[in-house]
Design a binder for this molecule. Structure first.
Ligand SMILES: Nc1ncnc2c1ncn2[C@@H]1O[C@H](COP(=O)(O)OP(=O)(O)OP(=O)(O)O)[C@@H](O)[C@H]1O
Ligand SMILES: [Mg+2]
Length: 469
């Protein structure tokens, strides 16, 4: 079931419930009011009758009423009963007068039977006869030996049927309103949800192959915000897919070259000449090593997204920095210098950090000549640990500083360099896995300085690993 139908159904149900509730309430209150009104009307008639009976005088004789019939007659002449009322004058055992007019009711035996006892006792009875609902209230009266009564008969049906008519009109109006509200709710929810439908349809149309499409945005509501979010997600997906495709493409090309070399050498190889075989063997092993290194780098990069890429443990920063200089010495005949080492312990993966710094040191060696200086150092500024490798080579021109950190991104390299351009992406990945980053800047007086910045708190090392000398 669509959201549109659900919204419409909810609105319709609420409105129907409200209208029905209001109708029932009005009906109950009105019924109550009508009953009260009827009772008040009857009371008023009886009060007037009692006043006439008590203090009234016969206008003909000027004295009190001689007979009950005279009293009843005068009362009925003076009183105009309501539409739904019938005044019945009763003397002895029979009806003597009626107001406003003759009524078939006085011939109804059921009525007479119900009314007769009321002549002697003031009371109210309800009666259903000949399809009518009646309320009969009596006021007995005595004069001399005569006994009589005034009966006020109210036809309850009349008020009731008026109320029912009103309620019927209300029901029709309510039903029409409900219909109108439902139609408007259906239309309006459709209008509001239209962008969502467009969003879904477009998202369905966008396959993996066509990530360039975007969902059109209009308006300024939260659905538009959602559309923008989805578009932003598509931007990221597209660049991730493009990056991946580019990466595979580059990796394929890089692998193809050594394979071509292998094939070319094997094709031309004269197996009869032992020297040539030995020479080719060395060459081919070299190529295979190169391929193995590339595959190793690729696997490392692929792993770098995984959470277990780094295993954090307490690392003594000063010790690590000194170790790094010692390890880097093996990379080449350079003037290896320790720029400085911050003391303290941080949470990091020492193997990965070593790997990163050695990559940087390898680059530094590649871009310098024997006798040049390559320095390694670390520092701490209260919130970040910096680990750097500085050289006195040509440095990196500012316009290349972004590109060289990309996968397979390479700048100018010395003659005969066989790198792939993956070293700095590995360093980047290691920095990112530690929540940090790597950047390159100019070194003093010349050359490049690659800095790994890692957010970390350095805790002071209580026990110094080496005894003070
Ligand atoms: N110390 C440096 N001085 C000058 N340029 C550098 C230095 N280190 C790196 N670069 C530039 O950055 C580029 C990318 O370096 P990166 O380490 O990613 O690749 P690579 O060293 O060429 O190959 P690989 O590391 O995969 O063997 C290099 O090609 C080089 O142009
Ligand atoms: Mg490198």
């Amino acid at each position: 079931m669509s959201v549109r139908v659900r919204i419409t159904a909810t609105v319709a149900a609420l409105v129907a419930l409200t209208l029905a509730g209001a109708g029932l309430l009005v009906y109950a209150i009105e019924t109550q009011r009508l009953e009260q009104q009827t009772a008040d009307d009857v009371d008023q008639e009886l009060d007037e009758f009692a006043r006439l009976n008590g203090g009234g005088v016969d206008p003909v004789t000027g004295a009190g009423f001689a007979s009950v019939q005279d009293l009843l007659e005068l009362f009925m002449r003076r009183n105009v009963p309501d539409d739904d009322e019938l005044l019945v004058g009763w003397v002895g055992d029979r009806v003597v007068n009626l107001s406003p007019r003759e009524d078939p009711l006085v011939a109804d035996p059921a009525f007479l039977a119900a009314a007769a006892p009321l002549v002697d006792e003031a009371d109210t009875v309800r009666l259903e006869t000949a399809g009518e609902r009646l309320m009969i209230t009596s006021q007995p009266v005595r004069r001399g030996g005569e006994r009589g009564a005034l009966l006020v008969v109210v036809r309850l049906e009349e008020d009731q049927s008026e109320l029912l008519d009103t309620m019927r009109t209300y029901a029709i109006v309510a039903a029409l309103s409900l219909l109108l509200v439902t139609v408007v709710a259906f239309w309006q929810s459709g209008r509001l949800l239209a962008p969502l439908r467009v969003l879904r349809e477009t998202a369905e149309e966008i396959g993996e192959t066509d990530l360039s499409r975007r969902i059109p945005t209009s308006g300024n509501d939260d659905i538009t915000a959602l559309t923008r979010t989805v578009n932003g997600m598509l931007d990221r997906l597209e660049s991730a897919f493009t990056g991946q495709r580019q990466f595979l493409d580059d990796a394929g090309h890089e692998l193809k070259t050594p394979l071509t070399v292998l094939r070319g050498h094997l094709e031309l190889l004269d197996t009869g000449s032992p020297e040539e075989v030995a020479e080719t063997r060395v060459l081919l092993l070299d190529e295979v090593d190169r391929m193995a290194r590339l595959v190793g780098d690729l696997i490392l990069l692929a792993k770098s997204d995984r959470p277990d890429f780094v295993t954090l443990e307490p690392v003594d920063l000063a010790g690590l920095t000194e170790d790094l200089v010692a390890k880097a010495r093996g990379l080449g005949d350079r003037e290896w210098v320790l720029d400085g080492a911050a003391a303290g312990t941080l949470q990091a993966d020492p193997q990965r950090l070593t790997q990163a710094v050695l990559q940087l040191a390898d680059n530094a060696v590649k871009h310098t000549a024997p006798g040049d200086t390559v320095a390694i150092g670390s520092s701490y500024d209260g919130s970040r640990v910096r680990l750097w490798v500085r050289d006195t080579g040509p440095g990196v021109p500012p316009e290349q500083r972004d590109g060289i950190f990309e996968r397979f991104g390479r700048g100018p390299v010395p003659e005969g360099d066989e790198g792939f351009g993956l070293g700095l992406s590995i360093v980047s990945a290691i920095a990112a896995a530690h929540g940090g980053r790597v950047l390159v800047e100019d070194a003093e007086p010349h050359g490049a300085r690659f800095v790994l910045t890692l957010p970390a708190t350095l805790t002071s090392t209580e026990e110094h690993p080496w005894p003070a000398s």
